[in-house]
Design a protein around this ligand. Sequence first.
Ligand code: ADP
Ligand code: ZN
Ligand code: ZN
Length: 739
Amino acid sequence: MSNYTIARVAVPVPLYSLFDYLIPASFDQMPARGSRVRIQFGRKQLIGLVISLEKESSFPVSKLKPVIEVLDTQPLLPVDLMGLLEWAAGYYHHPLGDVIFSALPKRLRDGVEAELKSENHWALTESGRSYDTSGLRRAPKQAALLSYIQDSPLSELTGDQLNKDWNNWRSPLQELVKKSLVEVTEKVQSAVASSSSYFGDKTDSTFKLNLQQLSAAKEVTGALNSYQAFLLQGITGSGKTEVYLEIIEHALAQNLQVLVLVPEISLTPQLTQRFTQRLNTIIASLHSGLNDTQRHAAWVQASKGIARVVIGTRSALFTPMPDLGLIILDEEHDASFKQQEGFRYHARDLALVRAKNNKMPVLLGSATPSFESLENVSRGQYSLLKLTQRGAANARPPEIGLLDVCRRPMEDGISDKLLKKIEEHLSNQGQVLLFLNRRGYAPLLMCHECGWTTACQRCDANMTLHHHNQRLRCHHCGYEKPAPTRCPECDHESLYIPGAGTERIEVALKEKFPSTVISRIDRDTTRRKGELDRKLNQARSGEAEILIGTQMLAKGHDFPNVTLVGILNADQGLFSADFRGTEHMAQLIIQVSGRAGRGEKAGEVIIQTHHPEHPLLHTLLESGYTGFAKTALVERAQASFPPFSYMAIVRCESIQKDHGVAFLNECRQALNYEGVELFGPLPAPMERRAGRYRWQLILLSKERKKLHAVLRHWAPEISKLKTVNKVRWSIDVDPQDMF
Ligand code: ADP
Ligand code: ZN
Ligand code: ZN
């Protein structure tokens, strides 16, 4: 038996254990820690990842199955990432196999080789460049193709590019190669999805960084090659991106790779474009718009050190980068950095861990930092860098005003006063942006006679009315049906349509301003591929004169012509059940407001509210985000909520209500929770969703260590409870919302 060595393998299943397999003596290739192996798991063959090699197993060796195949001769995941993922599995109390496999792109999970495919690139030869195509008169297709290549602005063409303009180009191109007019070289695939060239044309920026920008950049470049965490708090439009670029150039000059993380919605292509124009290097982008092949190529390019900059959303954090020397996380307050299902990690918090392990600086940037990050500055964990002026020469922060809409005429969600303002700005050639955090036409339909509403059968929520197809849709479970024209309960013939969503605002404004170009940007209007990009370009160029949108419009965009921003329903966040509700409301108001007055023209912001006296709104407008955060953090501290305590939630879902309650009660009774306060079982704020009851047990502790000691004990024990089989459960560490 002693000639067998054992591989301890993490498998993509939601189980906390690792699994031992024998390495057959006949293998000439020993698997290494971090390599993928093919194994038999139950009745299925799966791909697992080797965590360690062992001499002994706690199982009888005769019961162990052999490894079927070793897929990687070199470890797929390098030592530093293995360490990070193991740490994360421990911290989030999530099964290691699931952690590892959710960190890998799909094709790697499926066992595809971690190599780049190569593709042909065609270019003119010396003689091809000067060849007169009339010499090809008897081969018109070849002649046309040759003159196309001669006219192309690109020095090399790939099959993808030729496919755009040509059918059947292969055989004429082959002939041109035979005639030595065109030559072909095989090159590895480009990881830059939308760009036609590897290298951007470096354009020198026309302005110099201001003193604040320079000193912020200097602090960070001075810290390269050691761990330090920075928070760059710069007002909207203060030129944070320019600071990033300056620092990145320094890092690249020192032969370091740079990882840039951005929020989920839409920003990656724009940022990639801006970076490509400035940085003379290979940039890989990793975001949800890529297909599996592109994602694979980008991952491999980064992990081989070919791509020097990686720009990506949350999960790009797990990309191996051998020369990584700097991590930047833009809009660090954004909730999309927290994964909300499965392996519920926070990319910001893990970015700090990765930077610390690998001894490099990490830079978090935001105009509205999260309370956690502000508190970390107070505690001396992060160094604060501030930008207090707008970057562009004449840009000033906008004027923000509250508009009391109590008892005012409010046609379709917009007050008469705001309408006047819109007219005024349009006639001054300004662009208008209206923000509303609710899509669809109206949040419900209602009967005035009997009180019937469009409640979803499967959720504790109303179904939203969509006007363009006259349907009701539940935004929580996706259930859909035609909108009734009379009350289904009492047959009364006119139904009342209270409240407004973005679609209603659009319809109303199109009637009021028939000759104005109005563009609505929300999830419903940007479903088609490329549509969001098109609409954002139309917004940036000023072609769209009124922009109506949800959060998609709030984040990081630079629309230089916007002079008026209207926030239509700011009140939601004031009365949220979530302890982060007011923090998120303030961030949203400041971020949306920041879209105004970014160019030459002054900006104005109008916030419609039914609560103009609310102290939080006043603090925000009078003392700005920093003042607001100070006040709100004092309240947080008094209530002992994070960041002044540590929280985790055990969530569960069940078809029958009692099952979830019984399960959480059993957790409480059967498991030890010394040093931790328990709250619950409590119903989730939306108790029923998609036909399942959702309950939660909240664990809170003043000491992080105590909370984690309890969770470490709970995680493997929960699955042994009697009531566990009738529920789906999960542990959420540092939850970002209670839903
Ligand atoms: P942020 O990311 O902080 O919102 P950006 O980096 O997008 O800000 O910059 C906002 C605008 O100001 C951009 O159009 C940018 O080109 C411009 N800008 C930034 N820094 C300067 C500067 N030092 N001088 C002139 N314009 C600048
Ligand atoms: Zn009715
Ligand atoms: Zn529903």
